[in-house]
Design a protein around this ligand. Structure first.
Ligand SMILES: Cc1cc2nc3c(=O)[nH]c(=O)nc-3n(C[C@H](O)[C@H](O)[C@H](O)COP(=O)(O)OP(=O)(O)OC[C@H]3O[C@@H](n4cnc5c(N)ncnc54)[C@H](O)[C@@H]3O)c2cc1C
Ligand SMILES: *[C@@H]1O[C@H](CO)[C@@H](O)[C@H](O)[C@H]1NC(C)=O
Ligand SMILES: *[C@@H]1O[C@H](CO)[C@@H](O)[C@H](O)[C@H]1NC(C)=O
Ligand SMILES: *[C@@H]1O[C@H](CO)[C@@H](O)[C@H](O)[C@H]1NC(C)=O
Ligand SMILES: *[C@@H]1O[C@H](CO)[C@@H](O)[C@H](O)[C@H]1NC(C)=O
Ligand SMILES: *[C@@H]1O[C@H](CO)[C@@H](O)[C@H](O)[C@H]1NC(C)=O
Ligand SMILES: *[C@@H]1O[C@H](CO)[C@@H](O)[C@H](O)[C@H]1NC(C)=O
Length: 538
C-alpha cells in the first residue's frame, strides 16, 4: 500500500521531535496539543480529534457500540481520534505515551466485553472507521483490506470482481476486520479453508515506537502472533493482505428447524458423530433455542440446522441422505445461489431479514443492535451424551431470560490438518465442535442484567463435564472476562495463564515472548492483554 514508503524515516523523526518537547503534566489538553504540533502529519489532524465537549463526540462514540450495556459506561475516552492515515496513528501512539494515556483501538466495535472502547483508566479511543479501503486483485487472487472495513464490505468487494472467489470469515456483515482477523475469524467455509487468520499473507502494523511494519519488517514471530493472538496487545494493525479462495459459481444453502417432537435430540446426537467428519465442502451449524411448540403450545427446544454446501443441490441431497438421514432434508428446503447470495442469506439468519436482499445490503452501515448481550464459548472433544443434552433442554426451558441460544459449529476438515502452532489460534484437531452461548435482553431495570448473567454462568457451569478441560478452551473473539482478568494488563504470566491457556493453549507462552519483545513496557494493554514475561519466565 502507498503509505509504506514512510516508515524507514519515522524513528528518526520521533527522536528529533522528543528532544524539543518539554515534559509536561499529564492531561488530555496536552495530548491534543502534542497531536496538533506533531511533525510529518499528512492530513490536517485537527479534523479528526474529538474531545468530550465536541457535539459529535457522543454519536461518534456510540456509532459502533454493539452491546448496549457498555454504551452507558462512565469510563469513556477523553479523546477520540479517527485517523485518515498512518501518520495520524503514529502521532496518537507517541503523544499518548508522552502524556500518560492508554489507547483502545476500535475497528468494528463488536468486542463482547467492550474492550475496544471502554477502559477504567484515562485513554484515547483510536477509531479506525475512516480506514476501510479494500483492493481486490482477482488475477493474483489476493486482496488488501484495511482494519476499519467490515466483513460485509470485504465480501461485497470480492463479489464485484469475481463470481468464483470468496473469503472464509464470519457470517455477520457488520463485524470489523481488525478484531475479527486478529482473533481468528470463522464462518461457513472454515472446514474447507480454515479461518480468516489462516488466509492472511501479509499485514501492516504500527508498533509502540510508531514504526509501520510489513510482514518482512515485523518478522515471523509478530506476524504469527497477530493471527489469532488478538491485535490489541501488539500494536495497531492497519491493513491485511489476504488470499482469496475459489468458490463454485453455484452453492447451496439450507435452514431447517426441528423441535424435540420432531426428533431434534436424535438428530443432534447423530450430528455430533458425523458433522466434523463430513466432506469438507459442507458445514452444518446448529442453533439451539427454546420456542413455544406449535403442537402443544408449551415450551420446547428447537434446533435449527443451517448449512453452506460448496456445490449444487444434486450433490448435496445424496450426501445428506448418506450421512444425516435423520434430518430428512428435502430438496425444497434447499436454495441454490451464488457465494455472495449465501453470505446475504447467513447474515439474514442473524439479523432476522428475509435473505433475499441484494448484495449491496452487505454495505448497510445501520447495524442491527442486539441490545444487551453476554456471550461465552466452549470446545467439545467427544459427543455430549443424551442425559447431558436432556439436562440442558431442561435448563433452557426453565431459564428466566428473554432469549438464550447455543450455537454449535463443527470442526474437522482442514482444521484437522493445520497444526496447533501454525498461527497463534490453537484450537484445531483436538476438538469436534465449538459451542457459542449467548443471552440477550432488551428490558432495563434492577436485577435484569444480573439475572441474565447468572443464567449464562449457570449454563456454563452445567456444561463443564461435557466440554474440554485442562484447559477448558475458549475463543478469544467471544471474549469473556468471567474466565479471568488482568489488573489492567499488569498481571504475572502465571496469573494470566488462568485465562491465557484457555484461549491459546500451548501458544500462550510464545505469545508472551513476542509481547515481551515488541512491547516491553506493556503500553498496549487491557483486561485480557498478553502479559510481559519476567527474566526467569522468558
Ligand atoms: C453479532 C456478532 C456476530 C459475530 N459473528 C462471528 C462469526 O461468525 N465468526 C467469528 O469468528 N466471530 C464472530 N463474532 C465475534 C467477532 O469476531 C469479534 O467480536 C471480533 O473481535 C470483532 O471485531 P471488531 O473489529 O468488530 O471488534 P472491536 O471491538 O473493534 O475489536 C475487538 C478487539 O480487537 C482489538 N482491535 C480491533 N481492531 C484492531 C486493530 N486494527 N489493531 C489492533 N487491535 C485491534 C480491539 O482493541 C479489541 O480488543 C461476532 C460478534 C458479534 C457481535
Ligand atoms: C468536533 O470535532 C471535529 C473534528 O475535530 C471538528 O471538525 C468540529 O468542528 C468539532 N465540533 C465542535 C462543535 O467543536
Ligand atoms: C444508564 O445510566 C443511567 C443513569 O446513570 C441509568 O439510570 C440507567 O439505568 C443506565 N442504563 C443501563 C442500561 O445500564
Ligand atoms: C422421528 O423418528 C421416528 C423414529 O425414528 C420416526 O418414525 C419419525 O417419523 C420421526 N419424526 C419426524 C417428525 O421426523
Ligand atoms: C411462548 O408463549 C408465551 C405466551 O403466549 C409468550 O409469553 C412467550 O414469550 C413465548 N415464548 C417463546 C420462547 O416464544
Ligand atoms: C430460517 O428458519 C427459521 C425457522 O424455521 C425461519 O423463521 C427463518 O425465516 C428462516 N430464515 C431464512 C433466511 O430463510
Ligand atoms: C439497513 O439495515 C437496517 C437494520 O437492519 C434496516 O432497517 C434498513 O432498512 C437497511 N437499509 C438498507 C438500505 O438496506
Amino acid at each position: 500500500m502507498k503509505y509504506l514508503n514512510s516508515y524507514f524515516t519515522f524513528a528518526t523523526a520521533i527522536a528529533l521531535f522528543f528532544s524539543f518537547q518539554p515534559s509536561s503534566a499529564d492531561s488530555h489538553e496536552n495530548f491534543v496539543r502534542c497531536l496538533y504540533n506533531y511533525p510529518h502529519i499528512t492530513n490536517t489532524i485537527s479534523n479528526v480529534v474529538y474531545t468530550q465537549t465536541n457535539s459529535s463526540y457522543s454519536s461518534l462514540l456510540d456509532h459502533t457500540i454493539e452491546i448496549r450495556r457498555f454504551s452507558n459506561s462512565s469510563s469513556k475516552p477523553l479523546v477520540i481520534v479517527t485517523p485518515l492515515d498512518v501518520s495520524q496513528i503514529q502521532a496518537t501512539i507517541i503523544c499518548s505515551q508522552r502524556h500518560g494515556l492508554q489507547i483502545r483501538t476500535r475497528s468494528g466495535g463488536h468486542d463482547y466485553e467492550g474492550l475496544s472502547y471502554v477502559a477504567q483508566v484515562p485513554f484515547v479511543l483510536l477509531d479506525l472507521l475512516n480506514l476501510r479501503e479494500i483492493t481486490v486483485d482477482e488475477e493474483s487472487r489476493t486482496a488488501w483490506v484495511q482494519s476499519g472495513a467490515t466483513l460485509g464490505e470485504l465480501y461485497y468487494s470480492i463479489s464485484q470482481k469475481s463470481k468464483t472467489l470468496g473469503f472464509p470469515a464470519g457470517s455477520c456483515a457488520s463485524v470489523g476486520i481488525g478484531g475479527h482477523f486478529s482473533g481468528g475469524g470463522y464462518g461457513f467455509m472454515m472446514r474447507k479453508y480454515g479461518l480468516a487468520a489462516d488466509n492472511v499473507i501479509d499485514a501492516h502494523i504500527i508498533d509502540v515506537n510508531g514504526n509501520l511494519l510489513d510482514r518482512q519488517a515485523m518478522g515471523e514471530d509478530l506476524f504469527w502472533a497477530i493471527r489469532g493472538g488478538g491485535g490489541a496487545s501488539f500494536g495497531i494493525i492497519v491493513a491485511w493482505k489476504v488470499k482469496l479462495v475459489p468458490v463454485p459459481s453455484t452453492v447451496t444453502v439450507f435452514n431447517v428447524s426441528r423441535t424435540l417432537e420432531e426428533n431434534a435430540t436424535e438428530i443432534i446426537q447423530k450430528w455430533q458423530l458425523v458433522a466434523h467428519k463430513l466432506d469438507e465442502r459442507i458445514m452444518i451449524k446448529v442453533d439451539i433455542t427454546r420456542v413455544n411448540s406449535s403442537q402443544h403450545g408449551k415450551l420446547t427446544i428447537q434446533a435449527r440446522f443451517m448449512s453452506l454446501f460448496l456445490g449444487g443441490v444434486e450433490d448435496l441431497i445424496p450426501l445428506m441422505q448418506n450421512s444425516l438421514p435423520e434430518l430428512g432434508l428435502d430438496r425444497n428446503d434447499c436454495k441454490e445461489t451464488s457465494w455472495i447470495g449465501s453470505v446475504v442469506f447467513y447474515n439474514a439468519l442473524l439479523i432476522g431479514s428475509s435473505g433475499n436482499e441484494p448484495p449491496e445490503s452487505m454495505l448497510n452501515k445501520t447495524q442491527i443492535r442486539f441490545g444487551n448481550y453476554k456471550g461465552k464459548s466452549d470446545y467439545v472433544k467427544k459427543p455430549i451424551p443424551i442425559e447431558g443434552l436432556r439436562g440442558l433442554w431442561r435448563l433452557l426451558c426453565d431459564a428466566k431470560v428473554e432469549y438464550a441460544i447455543l450455537q454449535l459449529a463443527p470442526y474437522g476438515g482442514i482444521m484437522n490438518e493445520i497444526s496447533e502452532s501454525e498461527i497463534a489460534f490453537s484450537h484445531r484437531s483436538q476438538y469436534i465442535f465449538h459451542i457459542h452461548y449467548w443471552v440477550t435482553w432488551q428490558e432495563e431495570g434492577d436485577g435484569i442484567a444480573q439475572r441474565h448473567m447468572n443464567f449464562i454462568r449457570r449454563e456454563y457451569k452445567y456444561m463443564e463435564p461435557y466440554v474440554s478441560n485442562s484447559p477448558r478452551a475458549a475463543y478469544i473473539n467471544y471474549r469473556d472476562l468471567d474466565i479471568g482478568v488482568n489488573n489492567n494488563g499488569y498481571t504475572s504470566y502465571t496469573q494470566a495463564s488462568i485465562w491465557g491457556l484457555k484461549y491459546f493453549n500451548n501458544n500462550f507462552k510464545r505469545l508472551a515472548r513476542v509481547k515481551t519483545k515488541v512491547d516491553p513496557e506493556n503500553f498496549f494493554r487491557n483486561e485480557q492483554s498478553i502479559p510481559i514475561l519476567s527474566m526467569e519466565e522468558y
